[in-house]
Design a protein. Structure first.
Length: 258
């Protein structure tokens, strides 16, 4: 008896399903084997507190705190609070079914946001920040001068305030911030076409979510941003770390064994 077209199709489809099931089973077996090779949390905690990790941690901690101290010394700025976070966690894989795993099993990073009240005109304070030489804010030419109209520079920020946030044709200018590798400064601009209010600091994350974690606020009982704004009119935020171009973003890593 000749095989009908329908029966042949059912037979081919069955074989494909069986082959697909085998491929899925092999993929799951490979995934299970890969997961079983992941280091334990106990081992990762030990690595997060290793002498090398502690050395790099101390180096980045010193850099961050020194920069905050230098900004605190700028006339017209008064420190309100600093939220500091340092944590280590398992590296996240971008896909569990593709061979696209992170090259690390553990990454450690730290960040801080220091908040300041502004005494006087913000444009005068911005000029003093540039004079303090804390960082090269925004792109500059070979002689250390701000590139014309380049966002991230003090010159652009001053131009933004002078023009009240609008170009000569009435269009909106991009919001100003001061940027440098791993650093960012932003401030209140409530009465501009693009209003901006510095937000309250984020709460410390739960301790149980990280392999290693430090989180602190100085002072321990700081005033809120609303209270600081009522006292100073303008609040300025200095963000450090937690950026792709910051040495503090992944100051310590543990490579994945191949």
């Amino acid at each position: 008896m000749k095989e009908t077209l329908a029966s042949r199709w059912r037979r081919v489809r069955g074989r494909c399903a069986q082959a697909g099931g085998l491929l899925l089973a092999f993929a799951l077996l490979g995934l299970t084997a890969a997961c079983s090779r992941e280091p334990s949390e106990k081992k990762l905690r030990k690595q997060a507190r290793s002498p090398l990790a502690e050395t790099r941690r101390a180096e980045e901690d010193h850099k961050i705190r020194a920069l905050i101290e230098r900004l605190s010394a700028v006339e017209g700025l008064e420190h309100v609070l600093t939220r500091f976070t340092d944590s280590c966690a398992r590296s996240r894989n971008r896909s569990i079914l593709e061979n696209n795993r992170s090259p690390y099993v553990l990454t450690c990073g730290m960040k801080a946001v220091a908040y300041f009240g502004v005494r006087g005109d913000i444009t005068e304070v911005l000029s003093r920040i540039r004079a303090a030489g804390i960082a090269n804010w925004g792109p500059q030419d070979g002689k250390g001068r701000d590139l014309p109209h380049a966002a991230g520079t003090v010159s652009y920020a001053l131009d933004y305030h002078r023009k009240r946030g609008r170009n000569p044709d009435g269009s909106l200018m991009p919001a100003p911030t001061l940027t440098a590798p791993g650093l960012r400064i932003d401030w209140d601009r409530p009465d501009f076409p693009l209003p901006n209010h510095v937000e309250e600091p984020a709460p410390c994350p739960p301790v149980e979510t990280a392999i290693y974690q430090r989180c602190s606020t100085v002072p321990q009982t700081p005033m809120s941003m609303a209270a600081a704004r009522a006292q100073y009119d303008t609040v300025l935020a200095f963000s450090l770390g937690d950026m792709w171009d910051s040495s503090a973003e992944n100051y310590f890593t543990v490579p994945r064994r191949k």
